[in-house]
Ligand binder design. Structure first.
Ligand SMILES: Nc1nc2c(c(=O)[nH]1)N[C@H]1C(S)=C(S)[C@@H](COP(=O)(O)OP(=O)(O)OC[C@H]3O[C@@H](n4cnc5c(=O)[nH]c(N)nc54)[C@H](O)[C@@H]3O)O[C@H]1N2
Ligand SMILES: Nc1nc2c(c(=O)[nH]1)N[C@H]1C(S)=C(S)[C@@H](COP(=O)(O)OP(=O)(O)OC[C@H]3O[C@@H](n4cnc5c(=O)[nH]c(N)nc54)[C@H](O)[C@@H]3O)O[C@H]1N2
Ligand code: SF4
Ligand SMILES: [Mo]
Length: 719
């Protein structure tokens, strides 16, 4: 097996080792080199980017400092067991024995489905695939879901319905450079995928018109030619406004619609009944601005629409995305270069980890667990009968509800921190506490691992080998560059070890990640996400391959839909989308007069377990904050940089106020990277999108109050 590191000089005391790796954080998967220098007893590190087709050698501040958490002294090196409330190191053999005993006892007493598996989109394709197989074959449970449910599920459900395939980008990023109009909806690329920003900047230099839809003037929105600063949660209505202007102006692509589209007449009839004034009122965006955006996008010869969590993490996230797809379909901007859709993937393997069976209703290759043909194909690969395959389970947050009710009594959790990332965080914490047995696999004692009975130490991005599918749908190979840290084991090894003590060793006898990939290729063969033609050897040679790639000779598919869509009739489907959500959204009221929205900052990553363990990143933002417009603050008697209380129907939190004129006056914004009292998810309700079960992280109604009325506030308050 080829090794990812080159050793230049071996002799102490001065030596330099170069490790080739890939950033563990976001979906761009920037390739990087970690350069270790030893000067006597001292070790220092430098990080530089490596040329690659996606990030072109660029890195952001998180990638530059990723090694700091990987080498942090708090990193777990041994399995830990909770004994009388204290963590004690134990051997792997002992840990595995405890797991076998507890799992067997739970399944005997409470049934197979009482054991649940919670996975992640920050693990490799091999591990995501294996976790799905582990749940169904070793544990024989229907309950497996993962953190991507909180992330990509709305975009996935929308694209699957409209196109019959869910690949984040329908084209390669090179296509962005020559698009004449780009519409970015609820995506803050500048902070969340910073190394992609040069694509947008270059497109602008090439003449592109940039539209950004966001209630805040983010670093991304600052580049826009037109910033649509809408009221949070009103994207579906905005897209109806765009469609209305397009259809009334006659800007649709009639030939494309005639040949390649289903459902246009129904959407047209629905749009005719809507009034632009009502949409303007609902969204807080003037009719002129909606018209300008619609005309510019429709008249451009090429154009792309990007969506991310701003539009998706809503009780109608899936429908809102479908309405932006309606705009793309109606204007015929699909299947051609510089035309297409980009649901910007979040986590490192946010794309691949949603294709191979970690979702409650899914089997590898994007197959359905409720489809008899699909079940037969996967059962044959796994050497079981289709009847032995469990049926579908419930989504991530619904698993927590089942834990609360005592229907799920054991959980195996890998690479996620739901106590911080789920809505109703206090409820989730209590639900997990009720479990008879919780195993967490992590790099650190995260807030969730803290509740476990056992914590298993896993290897980091520097140590673990496997494939990741990046934001473009390009499968890449991340080689291991270092041996495991302490006694940490790879996530795939841990899954195999547990399967073995449960008596399923022969079904999980892989000696390396590549062995698992070989099986994944077979399992995905003929499915929508077909990886059959991709091998480690090709990935090394070709620097990444776009799926679908059905044969070894196939070059991969950077541009989708040139000839047909992936639905049975090969056409794209337009859907009638109401302005309002099926589950009413929280709206400001007398008691809760503002919108609360949540999201990210540049220097921190998700629940912060990794980035809060990096001194350089912590130095940038060491505590949480709430962004508020100074005019709003004045009305509520709040001073800049003071601690304030935010209260929703769900609960209260205390957080420091940062004034900014870049946010709407009726909206406040809190990032979700902090835990405990600073965890904003303690005040977010558990409303879900009925289509895809995405929590509504982006819209709550909130009240903001000063904690203390400071003397210096008297002037502001006018007293
Ligand atoms: N620095 C950093 N980068 C990351 C991550 C991270 O934690 N930190 N996480 C990664 C992951 S997993 C993900 S999923 C992605 C997320 O990437 P994004 O989705 O781009 O990030 P968010 O900050 O969650 O939300 C994007 C924007 O949506 C806006 N927004 C809020 N409400 C609405 C609304 O109702 N409508 C519209 N149109 N916009 C709204 C917010 O103001 C915000 O600027 O980032 C990835 N990259
Ligand atoms: N309010 C609010 N909440 C949100 C969102 C929001 O915008 N607003 N966004 C949602 C989104 S998009 C997402 S993706 C979720 C993410 O939510 P989570 O998945 O809960 O967040 P992470 O911080 O990625 O948790 C990963 C854990 O795994 C550990 N880890 C890292 N690498 C490895 C590895 O290789 N192996 C193992 N075994 N462990 C590892 C880390 O130390 C960390 O404890 O949060 C969601 N929650
Ligand atoms: S966080 Fe994303 S953009 Fe930044 S270096 Fe890592 S992969 Fe690249
Ligand atoms: Mo995400």
């Amino acid at each position: 097996m080829q090794s990812g590191y080159l050793q230049e000089k071996r002799q102490p005391p001065n030596r330099k080792i170069v490790y080739n790796s890939q950033c563990p954080f976001c979906s761009v998967q920037c390739k990087m080199q970690l350069i270790e220098r030893k000067h006597g007893q001292e070790t220092s590190y430098d990080v530089v980017g490596i040329e690659n087709p996606t990030s072109k050698g660029r890195l952001c501040v998180k990638g530059l400092n990723a090694h700091q958490h990987a080498f942090h002294p708090d990193r777990l090196t041994q399995p830990l067991a909770k004994v009388n409330g204290k963590w004690l190191p134990i051997s792997w053999d002992e840990a595995l024995k405890q797991i076998a005993e507890n799992v067997q006892a739970i399944q005997q007493e409470d049934g197979h489905d009482a054991m649940a598996v919670y996975g992640s989109a920050s693990i490799t394709n091999e591990e995501a695939y294996l976790l799905g197989k582990f749940a169904r074959v070793a544990l024989k449970t229907r309950h497996i879901d993962y953190n991507g449910r909180l992330c990509m599920s709305a975009a996935a459900s929308a694209a699957t319905t409209a196109f019959g395939i869910d690949r984040g980008l329908t084209n390669s990023l090179e296509d962005v450079l020559f698009a004449e109009c780009l519409m970015l909806v609820g995506t803050n690329l500048a902070e969340c995928q910073p190394t992609l920003m040069p694509y947008i900047e270059q497109a602008k230099k090439n003449g592109a018109f940039l539209i950004v839809v966001d209630p805040r003037e983010t670093a991304t929105a600052q580049l826009a030619d037109l910033h649509i600063k809408l009221k949070p949660g009103t994207d579906a209505a905005l897209a109806n406004g765009l469609l209305k202007c397009i259809l009334e102006g006659g800007y649709e692509d009639a030939a494309f619609i005639q040949k390649r589209v289903e459902g246009f007449a129904e959407v047209k009839a629905h749009i005719a009944k809507l009034k632009l004034e009502n949409i303007a009122e609902q969204t807080g965006v003037s009719g002129d601005v909606i018209t300008k955006a619609a005309e510019t996008f429709a008249k451009a010869r090429t154009g792309m629409i990007f969506t991310a969590r701003g539009v998706e993490q809503q009780t109608n996230g899936s429908m809102a995305v479908r309405n932006f797809l309606n705009v793309l379909i109606a204007t015929g901007k699909l299947g051609k270069h510089s035309c297409g859709f980009a649901a910007v993937t979040g986590q490192s393997n946010g794309q691949g980890a949603r294709e191979h069976g970690q979702k409650a209703d899914q089997l590898p290759g994007y197959r359905s667990i409720e489809n008899e043909e699909h079940r037969a194909h996967i059962a044959a690969i796994w050497g079981i009968s289709p009847e032995q395959l469990p049926r579908k389970g419930v989504s991530a947050f619904e698993m927590m509800k089942k834990a609360d009710k005592g229907e799920i009594t054991g959980m195996f959790l890998m690479c996620s921190n739901p106590v911080v990332s789920h809505p109703q965080a206090d409820f989730v914490k209590n639900a997990l506490k009720k479990l008879k047995f919780l195993v967490a696999v992590d790099l650190f004692v995260s807030e969730t691992a803290q509740l476990a009975d056992l914590i298993l130490p896993s290897t980091s991005y520097l140590e673990d080998e496997g494939t990741m599918t990046n934001v473009e749908g390009r499968v890449t190979l991340r080689e291991a560059s270092m041996p495991p840290y302490g006694e940490a084991r790879h996530d795939w090894q841990i899954i195999c070890n547990i399967a073995a003590v449960l008596g399923k060793g022969t079904d999980f006898s892989y000696s390396c990640a590549e062995d698992i990939f070989t099986e994944l290729r077979m399992a995905s063969k003929g499915g929508i996400a077909d990886y059959y033609g991709i091998t480690y050897e090709r990935l090394r040679k070709e620097k990444g391959i776009f799926w679908p790639c059905p044969s070894l000779e196939h070059p991969g598919t950077p541009l989708l839909f040139t000839d047909c869509f992936y639905r049975p009739n090969k056409k794209a489907l337009m859907t009638v989308v109401p302005n309002d959500a099926p589950v009413p959204k929280e709206k400001p009221s007398r008691d809760y007069p503002l919108y609360l929205t949540t999201g990210r900052v540049l220097a921190h990553y998700l629940t912060g377990v990794q980035t809060r363990n990096s001194a350089s990143l912590m130095a940038r933002n060491f505590e949480s904050f709430v962004e508020m417009h100074p005019e709003t603050a004045k009305k509520h008697g709040i001073a800049d940089r003071t601690l304030i209380k935010l209260t929703t129907k769900q609960g209260s939190m205390i957080v420091r106020c940062h004034f900014t004129e870049t946010i709407r006056e009726d909206t406040v914004f809190v990032p979700f990277h902090w835990s405990g009292k600073q965890n904003v998810n303690r005040i977010i309700t558990g409303n879900l999108d009925p289509d895809c079960r995405m929590p509504a992280f982006k819209v709550s109604a909130v009240r903001a109050e000063p904690l203390v009325v400071h003397e210096q506030m008297e002037g502001v308050l006018g007293t």
